[in-house]
Design a protein around this ligand. Structure first.
Ligand code: NDP
Length: 246
């Protein structure tokens, strides 16, 4: 039986790594992109050249109706989702003094409301079928806070509160719900930070002395999606090169 894995934001740095890993393990991989993403076709073509037959659907994960319509279409086209990886997210960093309502709301809606919007579409079906995996991508900065990230840290911390509560509700129905909290991974979200700040402030905080790689996070996603991880639920698994230990 081929399991269906839906990875939101698969065209981003982490998401692409997760899609490739899940495909290598035999999952039918579906991803989403922002409705305004004009490079989706290009990405799909590049993936096809590498031998990956991914399907991609436009979806604003921050918008409930968009999430609902997108997943309904996926179910009609491909079938019910077995593994949901809530990966799409954004950062809009600024000190609290400068933080405005627009950037607060945008980050909360994209990083936290999205987890509800997407999980709501698949969770009950997973539970009815007696098997499912929901894997939420949070952040080390949701665990420890970060200067200039009141919005992002609050949203990412909220992700884990959601995870623990939903994990309790579906534990007896074959569905696991877990959080992964990556540290700094070398994707465009991080490479957008000026190199001088990366070198002087960020990398020195990481005991391993380097940024993480998308494939390292993807390996953890693959584990949580596997049969072997059936007894892991409500966990928040850090992958941060030793930057934050708890
Ligand atoms: P990228 O910026 O590379 O990718 C983010 C992805 O999210 C893009 O594919 C983007 O899609 C998608 N996305 C953003 N907003 C929306 C929206 N409203 N609707 C649908 N899709 C949306 O970031 P990363 O790959 O680095 O990050 C992936 C996840 O990992 C995020 O949740 C991030 O917070 C988290 N994370 C990343 C870390 C890092 O160091 N990189 C560290 C800790 C956590 P599109 O391009 O189509 O707009």
């Amino acid at each position: 039986m081929t399991r269906i894995a839906l990875v939101t934001g698969g065209m981003g740095g982490l998401g692409e790594g997760i899609c490739i890993k899940m495909a290598a393990l035999g999952y039918r991989v579906i991803t989403t992109h922002s409705p305004g993403n004009t490079k989706a076709g290009e990405w799909l073509a590049a993936m096809r050249e590498q031998g990956h037959d991914f399907r991609a659907y436009p979806c604003d994960v921050a918008d409930y109706d968009s999430a609902s319509a997108c997943v309904a279409q996926i179910v009609r086209d491909v079938g019910p989702v077995d593994v949901l990886v809530n990966n799409a997210g954004i950062a809009r960093d600024m000190t609290f003094k400068k933080m405005d309502k627009i950037n607060w709301d945008l980050v909360m809606r994209t990083n936290l409301d999205s987890i509800f919007n997407m999980s709501k579409q698949v969770c009950e079906g997973m539970a009815d079928r007696g098997w499912g995996r929901i894997i939420n991508i949070s952040s080390v900065n949701g665990q420890k806070g970060a200067f200039g990230q009141t919005n992002y840290s609050a949203a990412k911390a909220g992700v884990h509160g959601f995870t623990k509560s939903l994990a309790l509700e579906v534990a007896r129905r074959g569905v696991t719900v877990n959080t992964i909290s990556p540290g700094y991974i070398g994707t465009r979200m991080v490479t957008a930070i000026p190199q001088s700040i990366l070198d002087s402030k960020i990398v020195p905080q990481i005991p391993m002395g380097r940024l993480g790689k998308p494939e390292e996070v993807a390996g953890l996603v693959a584990y949580l999606a596997s049969e072997e991880a059936a007894f892991v639920t409500g966990a928040n698994i850090a992958i941060n090169g030793g930057q934050h230990m708890c």
